[in-house]
Design a protein around this ligand. Sequence first.
Ligand SMILES: Cc1cc2nc3c(=O)[nH]c(=O)nc-3n(C[C@H](O)[C@H](O)[C@H](O)COP(=O)(O)O)c2cc1C
Length: 169
Amino acid sequence: MDIIEGIMTRRSIRHFTGELISDEQLDTMLRAGFQAPSAHNCQPWEFIVLRDKEKLKHIKEFHKYAKMIEDAGTAIVVCGDKNRQERIGFLVSDTSAAIQNMLLTAHGLGLGAVWCGIYDQPSLVDNFTEILNLPENILPIGMVVVGNKIKDRSIQDRYDENKIHYDAW
Ligand SMILES: Cc1cc2nc3c(=O)[nH]c(=O)nc-3n(C[C@H](O)[C@H](O)[C@H](O)COP(=O)(O)O)c2cc1C
């Protein structure tokens, strides 16, 4: 699959076979995360790989939109280091670019993945900070839940020329 096809056909996948992704697939996804652009090339991301069943079950209890996490079997919590990037807008942008790189890579590998939001929902930020034992300077931004998908989802064409403006609004 080339990069344009990957972007055009990616969908959030929330139903998984239960078979875990391989270490090699995980490594490719992580490497893709590190390749994201970042403001001033600060690369303020940190990645926490979750595969522990008890931890996944625990997350399912407090994140009502991440119920698929147990079936997926793997999640990557993407955090931002406030010491490396002090501006929260840039921190969120940089880590979000890393998340999108990983979602597209999962799709390119034939896996299913979904972005689960963390920041800026205070209770989720607090819960993740506690269960992952995050230091004060590390902010959990989002989580990529990834696994082997049961089936593909249909492609959506969201192109809307009314939202495109040339030279001014
Ligand atoms: C910041 C952000 C947070 C999201 N949080 C969740 C979530 O917690 N659970 C979930 O199932 N999907 C979540 N999504 C995925 C969106 O629901 C999904 O991208 C959207 O419905 C469009 O569908 P698509 O990804 O298939 O194109 C999130 C997406 C973004 C960008």
